[in-house]
Design a protein around this ligand. Structure first.
Ligand SMILES: NC(=O)c1ccc[n+]([C@@H]2O[C@H](COP(=O)([O-])OP(=O)(O)OC[C@H]3O[C@@H](n4cnc5c(N)ncnc54)[C@H](OP(=O)(O)O)[C@@H]3O)[C@@H](O)[C@H]2O)c1
Length: 234
């Protein structure tokens, strides 16, 4: 199976790509701005039991100019992604009164805009029966506990959840299912930067394995769902 995952250079995206490669018989295309993680993912692919391969495109998903290179790569490789996992994202944490327009532009561009246009760029290459999984956040899940400093991030993640519901309807005729996952705290560099000293109850490997399994299996029975992945209430 061909799989595209954004944000594979570290954290949850890296772990999701590793889970896909270990599962075997997949071509995984990772997208990120840095080349971090490529060597390790190639290593995992080589050691995978059933022969997987990792491919990478250096791309800033917040800019438009990666689209032509991505299309070329998909065409040359005859890459027909049955799974697209929109994982890349950024977190800006500030008190409400300190946010400025450039924080807004950055937060929404790197989270919502990047997800929206990656789907638009990849969807024409996806065969019927494909599954798009968008990584939102518990912060973007309606009715969840909220945290100081995350108003802009949480709103961008809520937009991703809503987009998933809308696209589930709009891509129905192409038989592409779209769901959103809303992770709670996962012990990654993003979390450590935003909440120094906080110990998350979930590791990137645990979350990556869950996301990959979900992407592989749940597209057959779910569409337009926004799913909270949380150990606490609300
Ligand atoms: N960790 C948590 O507790 C948590 C909870 C809920 C939701 N999430 C969500 O889960 C996803 C992964 O989070 P994480 O904790 O693993 O974050 P992370 O460690 O900061 O990793 C983010 C990944 O996204 C990539 N990325 C960011 N901006 C990009 C851009 N413009 N173009 C291409 N790639 C870009 C980064 O690669 P480069 O820097 O190399 O581009 C990196 O690989 C995010 O969407 C995050 O919002 C995380």
């Amino acid at each position: 199976m061909d799989i595209i995952i954004s944000g594979t250079s570290r954290g949850i995206g890296f772990a999701t790509a590793a889970a896909a490669l270990q599962h075997g018989r997949h071509r995984v295309l990772g997208l990120s701005r840095s080349t971090d993680g490529i060597e390790a993912l190639n290593d995992i692919a080589e050691k995978a039991k059933h022969g997987s391969t990792f491919h990478h495109l250096e791309a800033d998903l917040g800019e438009e100019n990666y689209a032509a290179a991505l299309k070329r790569l998909l065409d040359v490789m005859n890459f027909r992604p049955e799974i697209l996992i929109n994982n890349a994202g950024v977190l800006v944490k500030k008190n409400f009164e300190d946010f400025n327009k450039s924080d807004f532009e950055y937060t929404f561009r790197m989270n919502f805009w990047a997800t929206f246009f990656l789907i638009q760029n990849v969807q024409p290459h996806m065969p019927k029966g494909s599954h798009i999984v968008n990584i939102s956040s518990m912060g973007g899940y309606q009715g969840s506990a909220k945290f100081n400093g995350l108003s802009m991030y949480a709103a961008a993640k809520a937009a991703i959840a809503n987009l998933s519901e809308s696209l589930a309807e709009e891509l129905k005729d192409q038989k592409i299912n779209v769901n959103a996952l809303c992770p709670g705290a996962v012990q990654t560099e993003m979390l450590a930067e935003a909440f120094p000293g906080f110990k998350a109850p979930v590791t990137p490997d645990e979350m990556g394995q869950f996301i990959f399994n979900f992407a592989l299996e749940s597209g057959k029975i779910m569409n337009g769902k926004v799913i909270p992945l949380s150990l606490s209430n609300p």
